[in-house]
Design a protein around this ligand. Sequence first.
Ligand SMILES: Cc1cc2nc3c(=O)[nH]c(=O)nc-3n(C[C@H](O)[C@H](O)[C@H](O)COP(=O)(O)OP(=O)(O)OC[C@H]3O[C@@H](n4cnc5c(N)ncnc54)[C@H](O)[C@@H]3O)c2cc1C
Ligand SMILES: NC(=O)c1ccc[n+]([C@@H]2O[C@H](COP(=O)([O-])OP(=O)(O)OC[C@H]3O[C@@H](n4cnc5c(N)ncnc54)[C@H](OP(=O)(O)O)[C@@H]3O)[C@@H](O)[C@H]2O)c1
Ligand SMILES: Cc1cc2nc3c(=O)[nH]c(=O)nc-3n(C[C@H](O)[C@H](O)[C@H](O)COP(=O)(O)O)c2cc1C
Length: 590
Amino acid sequence: MNPSVPLIPDTAPFSSEQRAWLNGFLAGVFSRTPAVDGVPSHREATPALQPLTILFGSQTGTAEGLAKKVAKAAGKRGFAATVLDMAQADLARLAGERNLLAITSTYGDGEPPDNAKALHTALKVAASASEPARPLADLRFSVCALGDTNYVQFCQCGKDLDAWFEKLGATRVSPRTDCDLDYDAKFTAWLDAALGSLSSNVGGSLPPDSSATSGHKAPPTTETEPTYSKQNPFPAPILAVDKLNAPGSAKEVNHVEFSLEGSGLVYEAGDALGVLPQNCPDLVTELLTALGCDGEEAVPVPDGGTTSLRHALTTCYDLARPTAEFIARYGAPAPGAGGGTATATAVQHIIDIVLARPETRLAPAEFVGLLRKLQPRLYSIASSPKAHPGQVHLTVGAVRYEAHGRARKGVCSTFLADRIPVGSTTKVFVHSNKAFRPPASSDAPMIMVGPGTGIAPFRAFLEERQTTGAKGKNWLFFGDQRAATDFLYRDELLAMQTAGVLTRLDLAFSRDQAEKIYVQQRMLENAAELFAWLEAGAHFYVCGDASRMAKDVDAALYRVIETAGGKSPADAAAYVQAMKAAKRYARDVY
Ligand SMILES: Cc1cc2nc3c(=O)[nH]c(=O)nc-3n(C[C@H](O)[C@H](O)[C@H](O)COP(=O)(O)OP(=O)(O)OC[C@H]3O[C@@H](n4cnc5c(N)ncnc54)[C@H](O)[C@@H]3O)c2cc1C
Ligand SMILES: NC(=O)c1ccc[n+]([C@@H]2O[C@H](COP(=O)([O-])OP(=O)(O)OC[C@H]3O[C@@H](n4cnc5c(N)ncnc54)[C@H](OP(=O)(O)O)[C@@H]3O)[C@@H](O)[C@H]2O)c1
Ligand SMILES: Cc1cc2nc3c(=O)[nH]c(=O)nc-3n(C[C@H](O)[C@H](O)[C@H](O)COP(=O)(O)O)c2cc1C
């Protein structure tokens, strides 16, 4: 039996409770494996199982991965859990559910991730009615919001869903949790509390961990956990760091190659690589001097244990953005409100505040206790594993700028650019992004819009199609500042064009003429052909800058459908929605 196919599909004429019960019953009969998308996460047949839907909104897979963890944990507590992508959910579907745990990230300036957009809008509209109906009156829920405190609209999508579920009549059984990038502890606490509340609210029939007392055995783990993961990253040897821009460029993009030999790590075109960076040693030394420390002082590290202050500041703590506690302790002015995104405001870094407040002297342990944990950075993988077995390649734009009178370096991009000699190792993990894959059908056409470092996954997609001999047509829109210096992967792309793998290559070099030309202009110039590709079933992909480019390309896509397809704005919106539902419009934007 194929374990990824529900026995009783969502389309069958049963309520979600009936469906869950039947799936539970049949799962026990057939002893099937647990915790796969849309599949109940238990194996023993019993009518006592409570249905639980785990709804996820996710752009780069974090919330989706956590939803699967919830399903496993819920299965162990005697729930018949089903993982549901928000793209597949609407208000009617939710109205038929009884128990719901929702996990969602936030994007843009407080916006939902792409797969949650339609549901977010539907809930907003329904909840904004002057006297909202209560279609969710039978639903008990709790929300886990993922976000990043660097953004002003922290966890906004989760906050929205939490408020709207309640407004539409649902009962919150456990409070919402808002998680920062370092989500592990908060997520685990939320999960425990939420499952506990749901269990104790079902007529007292389910103890906190019913697997211990009810005879439901914990589902066997069929997926073997990989040896290396985000929690246990692989020290990958560096094979190469090559500058992709020619001399004279205003940009600095590096092609970085790691070996994954012997790690057991596997990835697919479309995935990202997590990289654990280290802070610049010069910055660490400057900070130690400002603190009056020699670096040998013992301090705690975020995940337990102790190490020297120098080592902790180099590898464990974020020396850029101060926490609210840090600001309060130093009596520093709060960061300016500024714009909505992390990149819009040049906040004072830790070193600025320490240098400005020499009178504040903290013990080393107290000092590090006020810092954030240094986070891994994600990079879209630029290689196909089929073309480069045992290797993983990245396309990394070095972040360098000046703020508050001092030169700044992005932690990870300059760690990769400046501080990792070939042969040294860097800790990495694979971050799966199942929503961003080349078309499943090798015959389907593929349109890729990837200016700047946005080219990365499309190099992987094209390599994948070249190595597998996929027959589908491929069209790439690439742009950057200048053709002479910034045509990233020029020779490879031209060779793919010659080989017939790259059917069309349209270029937009923004600064080679007086007027800026961007990729979306090339889309509009080729609207008729682009629409013909869409009509032929093309998948449309966008990668790169989220704040400006991805929004403008999205608007251009609507325009193409309206003008070349002769559609009204409403029909164009429905056309794009249908593309999304068919997973033919996918974005990997940052
Ligand atoms: C799914 C995903 C895929 C990604 N793929 C890629 C990729 O393929 N290639 C790639 O290069 N990046 C990619 N990124 C971005 C990458 O993860 C890092 O965010 C990027 O490299 C910067 O990290 P850093 O540590 O060098 O900089 P950080 O130390 O994190 O510094 C960046 C911060 O510096 C500040 N800043 C930057 N410029 C300025 C300025 N001019 N003025 C004031 N402040 C400024 C902003 O606060 C910004 O957030 C991706 C991100 C995601 C989420
Ligand atoms: N916050 C910042 O100040 C900042 C700046 C650069 C990069 N970044 C980060 O780094 C990522 C990738 O940077 P990158 O250097 O590889 O590429 P990039 O900055 O996105 O530039 C690639 C090309 O896109 C052009 N571009 C600028 N605005 C555009 C728009 N609205 N629509 C379409 N194209 C547009 C650029 O032109 P022009 O440059 O000539 O306008 C350039 O030719 C970005 O996604 C962003 O997250 C941030
Ligand atoms: C381009 C971009 C924009 C983001 N915007 C926000 C935001 O406005 N508010 C917030 O709290 N988090 C924001 N985040 C952080 C994500 O919500 C967070 O990284 C989350 O863990 C990602 O989960 P996912 O992989 O399931 O999408 C943003 C992240 C990126 C890359």
